[in-house]
Write a protein that binds this ligand. Structure first.
Ligand code: ISL
Ligand code: CA
Length: 560
């Protein structure tokens, strides 16, 4: 495989509202980020992905942009942003910005013009349609955040499409003038020196012509008509020709619903589209038929089958992101690990997985500390629009019980990931001297960066070691992947191989000891331990048979 910096990089995602508040207003900001760049440098990450910092009324915390070329007041100024970028570059790191162009805010000047009249030159920047014969919505699609994906607008008597909240009208990519606006805006940021883009729901920008309804229900999920739509590759190839190809940058497409085959089309080396996908298939392992709130226990087999399918599917061409949480997902250690006795071990085991599969690892802020999910007592303590909409709908329209709805929120709500970063054991984890916009997780007294950087056995230091190993060993980036023991329901075992070198990765996913026997082919090799989350590993008497301790992870280099 061809070398590329974005294959070798480890990415760190900052959700700016919750990272560090520099002025005591309870909202994270750019000067807060600047003050923590040395921390990120010490961790050793290469690329920072910054969730949106543009002007926004914050209906969806910055994913509703009202001015793509200016910084949100709460976060600081363009001068602060420039200082931050310089600070990142001075430390040898790179910055990718969030590109949110499936939709804008309804407070963007384009939309205000667009809604003002059917004759506005901006009308076709968005997706307006007349109502149906009985004045109903133009089709039956529901939005990602619940309810109809259409909003009626008095001024011109038509509906506009919004796949997300009604304050996030969808941009009309069919319109070449709109596409040029977007390309100019991208060029504006690239010329300021950024190193790439994370592209928000970029596989949703092309919709089936005619915007047909789905199924027979009054409201239904219309994903088949806007995920991986008919012109998506034309748009991405045009964007690549006109903008991306002119810079040495990294691009990652956030793509809910993307399959392995589609991912190859988005990221294949001769396709001229994007560098890598950020897909969600493995994030559905614990969802039932009604979606994310419909809780199901996950199984190792379920998770491994999906990860494996992607490893194999993109083995020769295409590239994937490796992650178990982000700002939209619950905390990985709460979901797939243990927050009790094996907090440290399980967080390190999951980290071992993320850094030894093939792909680019993404660390979400606080993951390197083992930050956990939160259980606030009341819905009033929550801020996320998706969570608040879901609560209303499930409680009052579907009549589900308070306990049941809160259980879904505790397990899957996006605010789990958005509680303030825990820097030290002082009030609010040192995130702010004021009142945080979303309450802190009370476990900051135990789980915080000050504690973690001081403790050489911490999750933080283990991440540091994994990141350094990736820099030293090409096999972790470019090695081929092979699954061993495909049917074991407690441990995940695989090898990586490059230029005659072979590594063996063994992960116990549960809190009980697990015994297993290696296939002969691997058992007869002599081996050197590269890293483990337990520090007292002796060479087993029987080289074939292992007993792994709870959540134990081992990485060996095998020699023939
Ligand atoms: O969060 C989700 C499920 O809980 C996803 O469906 C998510 O909405 C989807 O992956 C798209 O996410 C991105 O676009 C949204 C924004 O709210 C998310 O924060 C962002 O990551 C709209 O811009
Ligand atoms: Ca602030």
């Amino acid at each position: 495989m061809k070398r590329a910096f974005w294959k070798e990089a480890v990415v760190y995602q900052i959700y700016p509202r919750s990272f560090m508040d520099s002025n005591g207003d309870g909202i994270g900001d750019l000067r807060g980020i600047i003050s923590k760049l040395d921390y990120l440098k010490e961790l050793g990450v290469d690329v920072i992905w910054l969730s949106p910092v543009f002007k926004s009324p914050n209906d969806d915390n910055g994913y509703d942009i009202s001015d793509y070329r200016n910084i949100m007041d709460e976060f600081g100024t363009m001068a602060d942003w420039e200082e931050m970028l310089q600070g990142i570059h001075e430390r040898g790191m790179k910055l990718i910005m969030d590109l949110v162009v499936n939709h804008s805010s309804d407070e963007h000047a384009w939309f205000m013009e667009s809604r003002s009249s059917k004759d506005s030159p901006y009308r076709d920047y968005y997706m307006w349609r007349p109502g149906g014969p009985e004045g109903q919505e133009p089709n039956n699609w529901v939005s990602f955040f619940g309810g109809s994906a259409w909003q009626y607008d008095e001024a011109t008597g038509e509906y506009f499409l919004h796949l997300f909240s009604k304050k996030q009208p969808d941009l009309n990519w069919e319109n070449p003038v709109l596409r040029q606006e977007v390309y100019h805006m991208m060029t504006f940021w690239l010329d300021k020196g950024i190193d790439g883009f994370r592209m928000d729901v970029i596989n949703c920008i092309s919709k089936t012509p005619g915007l047909p309804s789905v199924g027979g229900d009054r409201y239904a999920w219309g994903g088949e008509h806007f995920m991986n739509g008919p012109k998506i590759h034309d748009y991405l190839q045009e964007m690549n020709r006109e903008v991306l190809s002119k810079y040495d940058i990294m691009t990652v497409g956030e793509m809910p619903g993307a399959t392995v085959e589609q991912a190859k089309d988005y990221t294949g080396k001769d396709r001229g589209e994007l560098n890598m996908v950020f897909q969600f298939e493995h994030m559905d392992v614990d969802s039932g038929p009604y979606g994310k709130w419909d809780l199901r226990p996950w199984t190792l087999k379920g998770l491994r089958d999906i990860l494996h399918k992607w490893q194999v599917g993109l083995a020769e061409d295409g590239w994937n992101s490796l992650y178990l949480n982000n700002h939209d997902q619950p905390r990985m250690v709460s979901r797939f690990g243990d927050t009790g006795a094996y907090h440290k071990q399980s967080a390190k085991m999951l980290a071992t997985l993320l850094h030894t599969l093939k792909g680019t690892p993404y660390i979400y802020q606080g993951e390197e500390l083992g930050m956990t999910n939160v259980k606030f007592p009341s819905i009033d303590d929550y801020r996320d629009i998706e969570t608040l909409n879901m609560y209303r709908e499930h409680r009052y329209e579907h009549g589900r019980s308070e306990e049941e709805v809160m259980a879904s929120i505790y397990a899957k709500g996006r605010d789990n990931a958005r509680t303030p970063m825990q820097w030290d054991a002082s009030p609010n984890g040192g995130f702010t001297t004021g009142t945080p916009w979303l309450a802190s997780n009370p476990d900051y007294d135990r789980i915080n960066a000050e504690q973690a950087t001081a403790d050489s056995d911490s999750i933080f230091h283990y991440y540091k070691r994994l990141i350094q190993l990736r820099k030293k060993h090409d096999i972790m980036v470019y090695g081929s992947y092979e699954l061993i023991l495909p049917d074991d329901d407690r441990i995940y075992v695989y090898t990586r191989e490059l230029n005659g070198e072979r590594w063996l990765i063994i992960l116990n996913f549960f809190g009980e000891p697990a015994e297993f026997i290696l296939p002969d082919e691997l058992a007869h090799a002599s081996r050197e331990l590269i890293i483990s989350n337990y520090d007292d590993i002796e060479a087993p008497a029987d080289i074939r048979q292992f007993t792994l301790r709870p959540y134990e992870a081992r990485v060996y280099s095998l020699t023939k």
